[in-house]
Design a protein around this ligand. Sequence first.
Ligand SMILES: [Zn+2]
Length: 467
Amino acid sequence: MKTNFAVKGTIKLGVLCLFFVQIGWSQNSDQQQLKNIYDAALTKGKSYDWLNYLSNQIGGRLSGSIQAQQAVNYTKQELDSMGLDRVWLQPVMVPKWVRGIPEFAYFETSPGVTTNVPLTALGGSVATPPSGVKSEIVEVKGLEELAVLGASKIKGKIVFYNRPMDPTLINTFAAYSGCVDQRYAGAMEAAKYGAIGIIVRSMNLRLDDYPHTGSMSYGDLPEDKRIPAAAISTNAAELLSATLQLDPKTKFFFKQNCKLFPDVESYNVIGEIKGSTHPDEIIVVGGHLDSWDLGDGSHDDGAGCVQSMEVLQLFKQIGYKPKRTIRVVLFMNEENGLRGGNEYAKVAMEKNENHIFGLESDAGGFTPRGFSFDGPDSSFEKIMGWKDLFEPYLVHLFEKGGSGADIGPLKNERITLAGLRPDSQRYFDYHHAENDTFEQVNKRELELGAATMASLVYLVDTHGLNP
Ligand SMILES: [Zn+2]
């Protein structure tokens, strides 16, 4: 009996050793693959050159613009040259909103005594009358205060929303979320009380002279009730607020001639490497190809597009043949409609495609800190087991939370969605403003982001998830 036990014990020990050797081998090979990926990104990356072209040869890529179409053509051509298994354009109808000639604004403390104000129309806003709008101003800290004041105080005035982003929030996206209702719904709500226009403090944590645009909505307001909406720079918001303290009769003038045209056809740009063993399991990695028109959209979201293309490029570079199908999607029209993201999910559903994982980069091309995940707990637990592999690259953040707007429509009970989380401290210095330009993106930071994305996609592809 004793001998028997010993024999059994030896066999068990042997199996156990083999098990640990296998785990060890798999961890070593994962470590090595991540190193290969980061090395390739930092020495043979293409993301920075692609971004240079998108930003400096094409520029701002608002949906429906010539530049958006040029970006479709350019990125398709680059994907075509990468030796992928399939590259195609997915048609989608998008809104076409055009800013027109530059806006003009000032405030007036007494007749003829004016101070010019940097101002930009919000995306989707109606124009002012050709001669502009001018009236007294009502400053509020938000939609609740507007409702308290009501029509008696608001009618015939310009409403000035001036609640700043909360500087104490380390996640600046949380500060943005806490403020952006003023921009998005400010005109719709003020119009109900008879305002003739609204201006909003830019969604920007720092004080500077750049007005930041962004999307807004009139909800179901009929066309003749819609009022013009614009953002002013944070410096201008501070100055205007201080001036109003001294003289509540101060008047504001602004003029803009933006216009919404009928929808036009555009495209999501898609490329894929077919999976070698599970071709029907699809992993999507993407960003949005459209941008606002003020800058060249380098951080938002040129960076996310070129990083997503880079994931496939890096796999080709290091000779990694994925088991599952890896698809890059450059979504059209995230900024003012999300039509590309919705269309992609709709077609995926119609074709009964099995998407197991989606990763989006749409938070700027800054130093990667980690990811946030939205999906089944079992998959999140499995991903947490890979966290240590990212330690050498100073990537630490693995948390539950949102993913990305464009991949959001793919959500179901099985899929895991993730968002790259770069350092967010500087993002809102540039977001939707004229200074979101190529010079603001650091090459290494951009490449590290791409490598971090490729590493996670590699791990999901190699080991699968547990939905
Ligand atoms: Zn974006």
